[in-house]
Design a protein around this ligand. Structure first.
Ligand code: SF4
Length: 121
């Protein structure tokens, strides 16, 4: 299988041509430096993403509170993470950066509020 990716490790944005066999890179072209190799390997073998979303709030001045993970999580876990986020009901005031969930989904990351929410007046 062949794949093309744009390396986002620096503004140069090299277009990487990757040949993949059994989930591993067997050939890589287009990278101008070794960072492109690392980027391609991570994207092919274990792509990670920071998850940004919002949780439902109850009794607060916002209906939804924006959240994000403090570290990237495996792309393959994004759906499960969204299902977990849908279950959360935030009913206490939060500050921006406050931890909403420790060890979110057992992935060793924290889910953080990215907005402040106060008690409804
Ligand atoms: S391969 Fe190297 S030079 Fe090219 S975009 Fe990635 S980091 Fe930048």
């Amino acid at each position: 299988m062949n794949k093309r990716l744009t390396c986002i490790e620096c503004p140069r944005g090299c277009v990487l041509s990757i040949e993949i066999e059994n989930g591993k890179i067997v050939s890589l072209k287009g990278n101008e430096c070794p960072k492109g190799e690392k980027y391609a390997a991570a994207e092919v073998e274990n792509p990670l993403r920071i998850l940004t979303s919002a949780v439902l709030a109850e009794g607060l001045d916002l209906k939804m509170v924006a959240v994000r993970t403090d570290k990237p999580i495996p792309k393959a876990k994004l759906f499960a993470a969204m299902e977990e986020i849908k279950k959360i009901r935030l009913s206490h005031p939060v500050r921006c950066g406050e931890v909403i969930a420790e060890n979110f989904l057992g992935l060793g990351v924290r889910l953080l509020a990215t907005r402040r929410a106060l008690k409804e007046s």
